[in-house]
Design a binder for this molecule. Structure first.
Ligand code: HEM
Length: 462
């Protein structure tokens, strides 16, 4: 009998054994916040720091406390200050950054856009886009950067499901502006961490402001173009996100400005997140070929009998488990942050008004008391027969509670369709230069990229 190989342990920063100085801390937070966390963050239920930079801070790792903050007493928590300072100038009143009544009205207006019927309707364009994208690997002999490629793929899919390709302006300029926007604006500025007043310019963001104005004009023109088409030819207008959002326009629904904010939000929240998770999945599978064999076998069997991509998510538990395990180890959103509105107590933890609460999928997903062998890539944890052992609040790639990711089903469907198409046709292998290092920017990115060799798979019938 073959020996069972030891599970693959992918790269991650070692927990710190002593706290950094203030200067070191600012440098780490700017460069890679994942390198900040020490042993207690991976072992304790919570850590409460009463005199942190920017006020009191609670790191929440305990599923009970997480449930308390995100669900049971969610009304006592608003979006954290630093997060809003980074994201609100870009996303304004989009769902991710809206608060209070605007958020409530928008979430209600947008719920019908994300129904299973509409998500299922996106399966065919997801399949079409992935198949067209996969053509680039035919005859490819050089190594390719799978990290970059996955952002292109998920951008193609999002552009198709948002606008069906009907974008104002030059083709290609939209994608370029998006990249530039988030690269220049979506960063933690040390001045925000120190709680500096808003009138002090954030040099990290100045470069992004012009791109922002250009991008907003492009989105407004695209929406206007579509609105005219919808009035002229409702039957011939594609039923994509933009049409669905424009149908939600009105006093009880969304204003035109909010529609633009949400389009930018969907692009910001819904393309790089899925791309990172796909990239890390392909990387982990390549480093654990015994797991990859199981995924490939499942995909071959399902594709041979089920051409309808709507059915793939339910039909592929092994593939789904690999994707979920990659999101455990590399949660695209590494932290979920809130701010306490009033003083309150949870068990013996006193939470002060204004305290920043960090629920960190990064540390919760790697917590020593919550997971066996937490550093190892072991997709079987997420197979249906084992799933019950995972507490709802110890696995949070999409968050939880009223502000849970509205695009979670979209992302899961997209991921399984993308993996189904790519892994049925190609084998993804690492090469000597594949040495990714996880870095937290807006998402958990592989620094150094994911250079990989992509070769056609020999089919059973070949
Ligand atoms: C693997 C992919 C994705 C991951 C890991 C992810 C993760 C998350 C997380 C953790 C939150 C909660 C943030 C918080 O509570 O502060 C969130 C919210 C959100 N996500 Fe996603 N997301 C993904 C894909 C998508 C997609 C595809 C879309 C849209 C098409 C999307 C749109 C949003 C929006 C609009 C919110 C704000 C919801 C609200 O506050 O009501 N996400 N996402």
């Amino acid at each position: 009998m073959d020996a069972v190989p030891a599970p693959f342990v992918p790269p991650a920063p070692k927990p710190r054994t002593k706290p950094p100085s203030l200067l070191q801390m600012l440098r780490i937070v700017y460069r890679n916040p994942l390198e900040l966390w020490g042993e207690p963050s991976y072992n304790e239920k919570w850590i409460s720091i009463s005199t942190g930079v920017g006020g009191p801070l609670v790191i929440a790792n305990d599923p009970g406390l997480i449930r308390h903050v995100l669900v049971d007493n969610a009304k006592n928590y608003k979006m954290a200050r630093v997060r809003q300072k980074i994201l609100r100038p870009i996303l304004r009143d989009g769902l991710l950054t809206a608060e209070g009544d605007v958020w409530k009205r928008s979430r209600k207006a947008m719920a019908p856009v994300f129904t299973p019927r509409h998500i299922n309707g996106f399966a065919a364009p997801m399949l079409r886009r992935t198949e067209a994208f996969a053509e680039r690997y035919e005859g490819e002999t050089d190594t390719v950067d799978v990290a970059r490629d996955m952002t292109m793929l998920t951008y193609d899919i999002l552009a198709e499901t948002l606008f069906s390709g009907e974008i104002a302006g030059e083709p290609g300029s939209f994608a370029k502006q998006v990249d530039h926007l988030f690269e220049t604006m979506g960063r933690v500025d040390p001045l925000d961490l120190l709680g500096a007043p808003d009138w002090l310019p954030r040099f990290t963001r100045i470069r992004g402001a012009r791109t922002m104005a250009f991008f907003r004009r492009l989105v407004a023109d695209t929406a206007r173009m579509r609105k005219e088409k919808l009035e002229r030819d409702p039957e011939g207008t594609p039923n994509d996100f933009l049409t669905l959002l424009l149908k939600a326009e009105g006093p009880q629904g969304l204003s035109r400005e909010e529609i633009a904010d949400n389009i930018i939000t969907f692009i910001g929240a819904g393309h790089e997140t899925t791309a990172r998770a796909l990239g890390w999945t392909l990387y982990c599978l390549a480093e654990a070929p015994w797991e990859r064999d199981r995924v490939e076998a499942e995909i071959d069997a399902v594709l041979a009998r089920e051409p309808d991509p709507v059915k793939w998510l339910d039909a592929m538990p092994v593939t789904r488990a690999a994707f979920e395990e990659a999101m455990r180890l590399y949660p695209p959103a590494a932290s979920i942050s809130r701010e306490a509105i009033e003083d309150e107590t949870y068990e013996d933890l006193h939470i002060r008004k204004g305290a920043q609460i960090q629920v960190m999928p990064w540390t919760v997903h790697r917590h020593r008391k919550l997971w066996d062998n937490p550093e190892a890539f072991m997709p079987e944890r997420f197979l249906p027969e084992n799933r019950d052992r995972i507490d709802r609040f110890q696995y949070l790639p999409f968050g939880a509670g009223p502000r849970i990711c509205i695009g979670a089903s979209f992302a899961m469907q997209e991921a399984v369709i993308a993996l189904g198409v790519l892994l049925s046709r190609f084998r993804f292998d690492t090469v000597a230069e594949t040495k990714p290092w996880p870095v937290q920017k807006l998402t958990t990115q592989p620094e150094g990229g994911l250079p990989m060799r992509v070769t056609p798979r020999a089919r059973k019938s070949d």
